[in-house]
Design a protein around this ligand. Structure first.
Ligand SMILES: *[C@@H]1O[C@H](CO)[C@@H](O)[C@H](O)[C@H]1NC(C)=O
Ligand SMILES: *[C@@H]1O[C@H](CO)[C@@H](O)[C@H](O)[C@H]1NC(C)=O
Ligand SMILES: *[C@@H]1O[C@H](CO)[C@@H](O)[C@H](O)[C@H]1NC(C)=O
Ligand SMILES: *[C@@H]1O[C@H](CO)[C@@H](O)[C@H](O)[C@H]1NC(C)=O
Ligand SMILES: *[C@@H]1O[C@H](CO)[C@@H](O)[C@H](O)[C@H]1NC(C)=O
Ligand SMILES: *[C@@H]1O[C@H](CO)[C@@H](O)[C@H](O)[C@H]1NC(C)=O
Ligand SMILES: CC(=O)N[C@H]1CO[C@H](CO)[C@@H](O)[C@@H]1O
Length: 633
C-alpha cells in the first residue's frame, strides 16, 4: 500500500491573476492596439529541421488569456483572446469536423486543478460553429480533455464530479466527506447523445491513490462539496480502432486501458497495481497526455509527458516527453525514447504539459506550468525552443500543439496610416495586419485625396510578420491596403483609413514612424481631464468618410443590390418611424431629438454635467502640480 503522507502538487491553478509583467512581455501592433499577444522568445531554432506548420498555444494567467496561433518563427498569426468570452481556454488544436479542419479548444472557468466549461469548435473563418457540453447526470466538462474522434462525429470529454463519500476509513469524520470522481464521456457531437460514460470510483479504489487528503490546497481536504479529495485526477483520454480507451490519471501515477464495451480495466501501466513489470529504465509519475501510438496483438506503444515527481518520490531529475513500449506477451514495459528540455538542468514541470508526435516523427512538447514549448528530432535533439513567458512568470499553458492550418478570417485587414506633417515634407507610414489570415504573402497599398477614390497603388510589400510596415514619400489623406496571396491574387481589402497627422500640441512627441507614448506623470503631478472646446471643432476630427465606402470591396457588392431591396429597406425604416411616431407623438420625438442636439452643443461649449476647469483650446492631456491644490477629484 502507498503511504498517504505523500504529497502531490497542484494541477491547474485558478486564473485570478491576469497581469502583464516584465517576465511576460506582449506585442504592440499599431494596426491592432487592442491585442496583447505574448511575444515569443525563440531560444533554439533550426529552420531546416523543424517541421512545417503552426504552433497552437493557449496561455492563461497572462494579460490576455486565450487561444493563439504562432508561426515557426514565433510570430503571431492569430489572437483569439476575447473570442471565447470572459474565461480561460485550454488546449487549442486542429480537429476534424464535417470532413474539414476546424479549431477545437476547451473554454471555461478555472478552479484549483480542474475546470467547468465546454468544448468549442471553430471553423476556418474563426466562427464558433458548435459547442459540446457534458450530458448524462454529470456536471459541466473539465479542461483536461476535449477531443473529437470519428471524423468529428463524437467527442471525448473529462468531467470532475464531486460526490458525497464516506471518508471515515481515511480519518475524515464524523460527518459527510467529499471525493472528486474522475469521469469521462463520449458524446455524439450533433445530437448530444451520451454514448459512453466511465467513472473512476466504479473501478479504482481511493486507497490506490498516491495523493493524500489535504496535503496541498489543491488536493482537496474532503471536508466540503467545494473541496473534494481529488484522488484520481484524470488528465487525458484516447481511443483506439478497437473502441478501447487509454486514460492517464496523475494522482495514481498510472495509465489504463479501458474496455469500450463495459468500462473494465484491461490493463494498468505503472502506479500502485501495475499489470506490467517496468524495465529498469522506465520510471514515470504525475504523468500527462497518454496517447496511443501503435498497437497490435502482442505489443503497444504509447507517448506521454512524464512530470517525473510527486514531490516525495522523484522518479527522474527532470520532466520529459516519453515513448513507452509494452510487450503483452511477457508483460513488460520499457522506455523507448525520451525528450528533455534544452536547459542545462532540464525542466521540472510542476504540473500540466504534453507530448505530441508529429507526422514527420519530430516531437512537440509543451512544458506545462512553464510557458515553454519545444520541438525535437526523433533522436532527442531540440530544433526549436520558444518561451511565451520567462522563468518565474505566472503564465502557464496546459498543452501546446503543432498542426498545419489554413485560416480565412471573416474580418478585413486592419490598417493604420500616419504622417508626421501630412505633406510630402514627411512620409506616409502604413501598418497593416490581418488577424488569423494564413494565406497573405504580400500587401498592396493604395492612396487617394478623397475617401471615395480614385485610388492609386503606391506600393507593394512582402508580408514581414503579423504586422507589415511600409512607407512612401507621396503623402495622401486616404488609404487602404489589399492582401495578396502566394499566386499574386488579391484576397481582401482593409477599410479606408484617414491618415493620422499629429497636431501641433503633440507633434513634439512624434517622429517619422509614429508618436511615442505620453510620458508618465512626474512625482507630484496629477492628470487634469480636459474636454474638447468649440474652437477646435472640425480640425482634428476624422471627418470625410463616405460610409458606403468604408470597405472598398464591399462597395462593389452594394452596387449590385437590386433596387427593390433598397426600396424595401426604406419602406421598413418608414414603418418603424411611423410606429415610433404613433407611440410617442411626433412632437415628443422632435423634443427628444432637440434635447440631444442641445446636449451635444452644451458639451461642445464645455458645459457638460461634469464640473471641471479647462483653459485654452488644448486637446492633449495636461499636467498640473499637485501643490497648486487644483488636482482633479
Ligand atoms: C506487433 O508489433 C511489434 C512491435 O512493433 C512487432 O515486432 C510485431 O511483429 C507486430 N506483430 C504483428 C502481428 O504485426
Ligand atoms: C518511487 O517510484 C518508483 C517507480 O514508480 C517505485 O518503484 C518506488 O518504489 C517508489 N519509491 C517510493 C519510496 O515510493
Ligand atoms: C516480447 O516478449 C516476447 C516473449 O518474451 C519475446 O519473444 C519478444 O521478442 C518480445 N518483444 C520485443 C519487441 O522484444
Ligand atoms: C517577396 O517575396 C517573393 C516570394 O517569396 C520573393 O520572390 C521576392 O524576392 C520578395 N521581394 C522582396 C523585396 O523581398
Ligand atoms: C518599419 O520597417 C522598417 C524596415 O522596413 C524598420 O526599420 C522600422 O523600424 C519599422 N518601423 C516600425 C515602427 O516598426
Ligand atoms: C508628393 O510627392 C509625389 C511623389 O513623390 C508627387 O507625385 C506629388 O505631386 C507630391 N505632392 C505635392 C503636394 O508636392
Ligand atoms: C504534480 C507534481 O507531482 N508535480 C511535481 C513535478 O515535478 C516537480 C519536480 O520534479 C515537483 O516539484 C512537482 O511537485
Amino acid at each position: 500500500m502507498i503511504s498517504l503522507s505523500s504529497i502531490f502538487l497542484l494541477a491547474l491553478l485558478p486564473s485570478s491573476l491576469h497581469a502583464s509583467s516584465p517576465l511576460a512581455p506582449t506585442s504592440d501592433f499599431r494596426s491592432r492596439p487592442d491585442l496583447h499577444a505574448p511575444t515569443i522568445d525563440l531560444q533554439v531554432f533550426a529552420p531546416e529541421l523543424v517541421s512545417p506548420g503552426y504552433i497552437f498555444l493557449t496561455p492563461y494567467r497572462n494579460e490576455d488569456a486565450g487561444p493563439y496561433i504562432y508561426d515557426n518563427l514565433g510570430q503571431l498569426v492569430w489572437s483569439g483572446a476575447g473570442t471565447q468570452g470572459a474565461s480561460d481556454s485550454h488546449n487549442l488544436h486542429v480537429c476534424e469536423y464535417k470532413a474539414k479542419d476546424h479549431l477545437c479548444f476547451f473554454q471555461g472557468h478555472q478552479h484549483h486543478g480542474w475546470a467547468r466549461g465546454h468544448g468549442v469548435i471553430m471553423d476556418v473563418n474563426y466562427r464558433v460553429v458548435r459547442t459540446v457540453e457534458a450530458v448524462g447526470s454529470a456536471t459541466q466538462t473539465d479542461m483536461h480533455e476535449f477531443r473529437l474522434i470519428d471524423g468529428g462525429k463524437r467527442a471525448l470529454v473529462t468531467v470532475y464530479q464531486p460526490r458525497a463519500y464516506d471518508l471515515g476509513p481515511f480519518g475524515i469524520g464524523p460527518g459527510l466527506g467529499w471525493i472528486q470522481d474522475s469521469m469521462f464521456q463520449e458524446i455524439d457531437v450533433e445530437t448530444g447523445e451520451l454514448l459512453f460514460e466511465w467513472r473512476a470510483l466504479d473501478h479504482i479504489a481511493p486507497s490506490f491513490s498516491y495523493t493524500c487528503i489535504a496535503c496541498t490546497d489543491t488536493s482537496g481536504d474532503g471536508l466540503t462539496r467545494d473541496t473534494p479529495w481529488d484522488y484520481f485526477h484524470i488528465n487525458s483520454i484516447d481511443k483506439n480502432s478497437d473502441g478501447d480507451y487509454l486514460i492517464s490519471a496523475r494522482h495514481v501515477a498510472a495509465v489504463y486501458k479501458i474496455s469500450g464495451k463495459d468500462g473494465q480495466i484491461l490493463w494498468q501501466l505503472n502506479g500502485a497495481n501495475p499489470t506490467f513489470k517496468n524495465n529498469e529504465n522506465l520510471h514515470f509519475s504525475s504523468q500527462h497526455h497518454a496517447q496511443w501510438i501503435a498497437e497490435n496483438d502482442t505489443h503497444a506503444a504509447i507517448s506521454l509527458f512524464d512530470n517525473a515527481s510527486n514531490t516525495f518520490n522523484k522518479t527522474h531529475p527532470e520532466s520529459r516527453g516519453m515513448l513507452v513500449g509494452i510487450n503483452y506477451t511477457d508483460r513488460s514495459a520499457i522506455m523507448l525514447r525520451e525528450w528533455v528540455a534544452p536547459e542545462k538542468t532540464g525542466i521540472s514541470a510542476g504540473s500540466q504539459g504534453n507530448t505530441q508526435i508529429l507526422p514527420n516523427h519530430n516531437v512537440f512538447i509543451g512544458w506545462g506550468d512553464h510557458a515553454f514549448y519545444s520541438e525535437h528530432l526523433d533522436t532527442g535533439e531540440a530544433v526549436m525552443y520558444g518561451k511565451l513567458a520567462q522563468w518565474g512568470s505566472d503564465v502557464m499553458m496546459y498543452r501546446c500543439n503543432k498542426y498545419s492550418w489554413v485560416g480565412n478570417p471573416l474580418t478585413t485587414p486592419s490598417l493604420w496610416t500616419y504622417s508626421k506633417s501630412g505633406t510630402n515634407d514627411s512620409s506616409l507610414q502604413f501598418y497593416v495586419s490581418w488577424n488569423g489570415a494564413t494565406q497573405v504573402r504580400a500587401w498592396k497599398f493604395y492612396t487617394s485625396d478623397s475617401a471615395s477614390g480614385p485610388w492609386t497603388m503606391t506600393g507593394l510589400m512582402n508580408k514581414t510578420g503579423f504586422e507589415t510596415n511600409f512607407s512612401t514619400r507621396a503623402v495622401k489623406e486616404w488609404s487602404f491596403a489589399e492582401a495578396i496571396d502566394g499566386d499574386g491574387k488579391p484576397l481582401k481589402r482593409s477599410s479606408v483609413t484617414k491618415t493620422f497627422v499629429p497636431s501641433e500640441f503633440i507633434v513634439a512627441g512624434c517622429d517619422d514612424q509614429g508618436c511615442n507614448p505620453i510620458p508618465h506623470l512626474r512625482e507630484g503631478e496629477v492628470f487634469e481631464k480636459t474636454i474638447p472646446v468649440v474652437s477646435n471643432r472640425g480640425k482634428f476630427y476624422t471627418q470625410g468618410y463616405n460610409t458606403a465606402r468604408y470597405y472598398p470591396e464591399l462597395s462593389r457588392r452594394l452596387v449590385s443590390i437590386p433596387s427593390f431591396g433598397i426600396a424595401f429597406s426604406l419602406g421598413v425604416a418608414m414603418l418603424i418611424l411611423l410606429a415610433v411616431g404613433a407611440v410617442l407623438g411626433s412632437r415628443r420625438v422632435l423634443g427628444i431629438l432637440g434635447s440631444c442636439v442641445d446636449g451635444a452643443l452644451r458639451l461642445g461649449r464645455g458645459e457638460g454635467g461634469v464640473r471641471r476647469r479647462f483653459a485654452g483650446g488644448v486637446i492633449s492631456p495636461r499636467y498640473q502640480k499637485l501643490d497648486s491644490e487644483q488636482g482633479t477629484t
